[in-house]
Design a protein around this ligand. Structure first.
Ligand SMILES: [Zn+2]
Ligand SMILES: [Zn+2]
Ligand SMILES: [Zn+2]
Ligand SMILES: [Zn+2]
Ligand SMILES: [Zn+2]
Length: 475
């Protein structure tokens, strides 16, 4: 029984939003129930807004009281706006402009409700004429879904099967499989995503730069030799031999282990991307002071497996991490916006060896933190997926931080969700006169969990820390 998903708001209030799966794209596109995230052959649609789907009347009633009563009216207004903007067919550029317009309307109506915007951005539409599900429903025209990925559509006027390339269909099938795994994982464990790190500290330093990628890391550096021979070297799927000749149990087991480790890369990407940058700048001291700049709750949750840094760098005796950002929850006793150094528990082996890990938090922008009395120049500043050039708050919040980082000569590691962003940041960085230590390149340690992107690029997929580069000071 999918009880935990059904109860997710209450669980999020206790464990934090990061520990609960968000509304799946597969639900928004009509494959899963909005309340319990289960599939149903006979899915019900909210007759008011035609944008929410349910496996049963029971789920619909519960969702109304917990969530949908706040959304249904706004969706109905959005549907009217959609109809006013009706066009018989649109190019991708036109559809994109139209989505941006609608998202602006929603932002004005309900500025704080990100779910609402997301549900509209991710809505189903015909891949050929790009009329939305609402446009087609208003005209009683059927929308067929691709039988393989179930996430791409075509309308009855255009073509019996949606036009999309096999690679896009594959990417969406992969994405839907991951969404389903995360829902099942949450039901089983009450956790949002698998977290795993190497269980014991390594006695000798093994360099990430000697690894080709995640498969090598799990087999040669971490402690998962059972992976060997089960997964493909590019960590794309389980081995063909198992798919072909394995028993059902062997196949299920390999598939489950694969999904677990694949999802775990989404958190492990943070410590590994940092370790890899430390190798690049040949950093080697007993105490490491890292600043996570522009951090959110996501980074605070991920600190749990920063112990991986102690486990892969045997010479490291102490690791201090400060997470700084305006979205960090504040109200710390005494200091208000600053949580002073707190020790974090290490594993028994590290503890017995006297190694230490600590964190502190600062609520605010980094260039303010740099002026605060608590500020100590870090060994490395890290900006995970900051979007400091292309993001919404680029000019206002980010530019002063970047200028201050360059002026202070702090080594800084940057990551982005995609190649275009990395290119734009690198260009701007050069205009600012920053010295680039490592040019923008694909990150070997990017997270392998795709996030579909609905506005920048049709069928685009984003990955955590997909690209990376390192700067220090100015030329
Ligand atoms: Zn349901
Ligand atoms: Zn509704
Ligand atoms: Zn069409
Ligand atoms: Zn497909
Ligand atoms: Zn340890």
């Amino acid at each position: 029984m999918p009880d935990k998903c059904r109860d997710r708001e209450r669980i999020a209030a206790i464990s934090g939003a990061g520990e609960v799966p968000s509304l799946p794209v597969s639900a928004i596109r009509g494959n899963l129930c909005f309340r319990c995230f289960s599939p149903s052959d006979d899915i019900l649609k909210c007759s008011g807004c035609r944008r929410a789907y349910y496996c049963s009347k029971k789920c619909q009633k519960l969702d109304w009281s917990l969530m949908h009563k706040n959304h249904c009216k706004i969706f109905q207004t959005i549907n009217e706006v959609e109809e006013q903007k009706y066009q018989a067919s649109r190019t991708w550029a036109e559809y994109r402009a139209y989505l941006l317009y609608i998202v602006r309307v929603i932002r004005n109506a309900a500025p704080a409700d990100e779910d609402l915007r997301y549900i509209v951005q991710a809505q189903a539409y015909c891949a050929s004429c790009r009329r939305s599900a609402i446009h087609l429903s208003n005209r009683k025209t059927l929308l067929h879904r691709c039988e393989a990925c179930r996430l791409v559509f075509s309308c009855a006027d255009c073509s019996p099967t949606p036009e999309h390339s096999p690679s896009i269909c594959d990417a969406y099938q992969n994405f839907a499989r991951i969404e389903n795994f995360r829902i099942a994982f949450f039901e089983e464990t009450g956790k949002g995503a698998p977290v795993t790190c190497t269980q014991f500290p390594s006695p000798t330093r093994k360099f990430l730069k000697n690894c080709a990628g995640w498969y090598d890391y799990f087999v040669k550096i971490s402690d998962k030799p059972q992976v060997k021979g089960k997964f493909k070297l590019d960590f794309n799927s389980i081995e063909d031999a198992i798919t072909r000749n394995g028993t059902t149990i062997e196949k299920d087991e390999a598939e489950r282990m694969f999904m677990f480790l694949l999802c775990a890369t989404d958190n492990l990407t943070m410590p590994l991307t940092i370790i890899s940058a430390l190798e690049d700048i040949s950093w080697d001291k007993p105490q490491l002071n890292v600043h996570i700049v522009g951090g959110t709750e996501r980074e605070i949750v991920a600190l749990g497996n920063f112990e991986e840094m102690l486990h892969l760098i045997p010479s490291l005796r102490g690791l201090h991490t400060t997470v700084i950002g305006p979205e960090i929850p504040g109200g710390f006793e005494g200091k208000g916006h600053y949580l002073p150094r707190q020790n974090v528990d290490c594993c028994p082996t590290c503890k017995a060896d006297g190694r230490q890990r600590s964190i502190s938090l600062y609520q605010g922008v980094y260039h303010d933190f740099m002026k605060a009395s608590e500020y100590r120049k870090p060994d490395l500043a890290v900006l995970f997926n900051s979007g400091w050039v292309d993001g919404e708050d680029a000019k206002l919040h980010w530019e002063p931080t970047i200028v201050a980082l360059v002026a202070a000569g702090v080594p800084a590691l940057f990551t982005t969700y995609n190649e275009g962003e990395a290119r734009n940041e690198q260009t701007r960085m050069k205009e600012l006169g920053a010295k680039v230590l490592v040019e923008a390149e694909e990150n070997k340690w990017k997270g392998l969990v795709p996030t579909p992107e609905f506005i920048d690029e049709e069928y685009g997929m984003w990955y955590n820390n997909a690209y990376r580069y390192i700067i220090q000071g100015s030329n």
